[in-house]
Design a protein around this ligand. Structure first.
Ligand code: NAP
Length: 240
C-alpha cells in the first residue's frame, strides 16, 4: 500500500511534535513545519525517522503569505494536514491590546491556518483529511486572559465547518480539535510558565492534559476509523 504523507505545522514543539511521534508509528511519512526552533524540528524528525517515517523538515512563518507559498512550492501532494502552528500573547484586557498584537494573532492563528489549508486542499485527493487545532478558548472566550486568542480560535471553528462543506463532495474531510489546558511551553511563551498547573484544579478531571492525549485524538480523526466525521470539533479538555 502507498504510504500517506502528512504535513504538520508547528511540529518543533508541544502538540505538533507529539503528533509527529505518533504519526510516524502509525505508518505515515511526514513533512514537519517549524518557524524558529530548528533544533526542536530536527529532534522531532530524528524520532520520526527512527520509527520508520520518511521525514522532511521545512521552515516557514505561517504569518507570512510568501513563506507559505515557498513552503508549498516544495510539496507536490498531500494526504493529510495537521494545521497546528499557533501562538498566544501575554495576559491582557482588550483595553490594553493594540493593533499590532491583534494583527499578529490573526495573521498567524487565522489567516496563516486558512492559507495553509487552502494550499493543502489544492494538493489533496479523495481521502484527504485536514485537522485544525482550535482551543476550548473558542467556547470560553478567555476574557481577562487573552480574548484575542479565543476569538482567533473561534474563527478556526467556523472555518472548519465552512471548508468541510466546500470540500466534502471531493471526499476531503475537515475537522477540528479543541484542546483544553495542555502541558506545553506555549504557556511560558505567553509569559505564564505556571499557567497549566494553576488552572488544572478548574478542570473537572482535576489535571492538565498531555500532548500525547491530543495527538491520539488528532491521529484518530486523521484515520479511516473517523471516515464519516467531518465539519465538527472535538474537545480534548478533561471536561472543561
Ligand atoms: P508550542 O509548544 O508553543 O508549539 C507551537 C508550535 O507552533 C511551535 O512548533 C512553533 O514553531 C509553531 N509556530 C508558532 N508560530 C509560528 C509561525 N508564525 N509560523 C510557523 N510555526 C509557528 O504550543 P502548543 O501548546 O503545542 O500549541 C499547538 C497548538 O495547540 C496551537 O495552535 C495552540 O493554540 C493550540 N492549543 C494549545 C493548548 C495548550 O494548552 N497547550 C490549548 C489549546 C490549544 P517554532 O517554535 O519553530 O517557532
Amino acid at each position: 500500500m502507498t504510504r500517506k504523507t502528512i504535513l504538520i505545522t508547528g511540529a518543533s514543539a508541544g502538540i505538533g511534535a507529539a503528533c509527529a511521534r505518533l504519526a510516524a508509528t502509525r505508518g505515515y511519512d511526514l513533512i514537519l513545519g517549524y518557524n524558529t526552533d530548528r533544533t526542536g524540528a530536527e529532534a522531532a524528525a530524528a524520532e520520526a525517522r527512527a520509527a520508520g517515517a520518511d521525514t522532511r523538515i521545512l521552515q516557514a512563518d505561517v504569518g507570512d503569505p510568501d513563506a507559505i507559498a515557498a513552503l508549498f512550492a516544495q510539496i507536490p501532494r498531500l494526504d493529510g494536514l495537521i494545521n497546528n502552528a499557533g501562538i498566544v500573547a501575554p495576559t491582557a484586557r482588550l483595553t490594553d491590546m493594540d493593533h499590532a498584537r491583534l494583527r499578529r494573532m490573526f495573521d498567524i492563528n487565522v489567516i496563516g491556518a486558512m492559507l495553509v489549508a487552502k494550499e493543502a486542499v489544492l494538493r489533496m485527493q479523495a481521502g484527504g483529511v485536514i485537522v485544525n487545532v482550535s482551543s476550548v478558548a473558542a467556547r470560553l472566550g478567555s476574557g481577562n486572559q487573552y480574548l484575542d486568542y479565543a476569538a482567533s480560535k473561534a474563527a478556526i471553528d467556523a472555518f472548519t465547518k465552512g471548508l468541510s462543506d466546500e470540500v466534502a463532495p471531493q471526499g476531503i474531510r475537515v475537522v477540528a480539535v479543541r484542546p483544553g489546558i495542555i502541558d506545553t511551553d506555549i504557556h511560558a511563551k505567553g509569559g505564564e510558565p505556571d499557567r497549566a498547573d494553576r488552572l488544572a484544579p478548574l478542570v473537572p478531571m482535576k489535571r492538565k492534559g498531555r500532548t500525547d492525549e491530543v495527538a491520539a485524538t488528532i491521529l484518530w480523526l486523521m484515520s479511516t476509523e473517523a471516515s464519516y466525521i467531518t465539519g465538527t470539533t472535538l474537545d480534548v479538555s478533561g471536561g472543561r
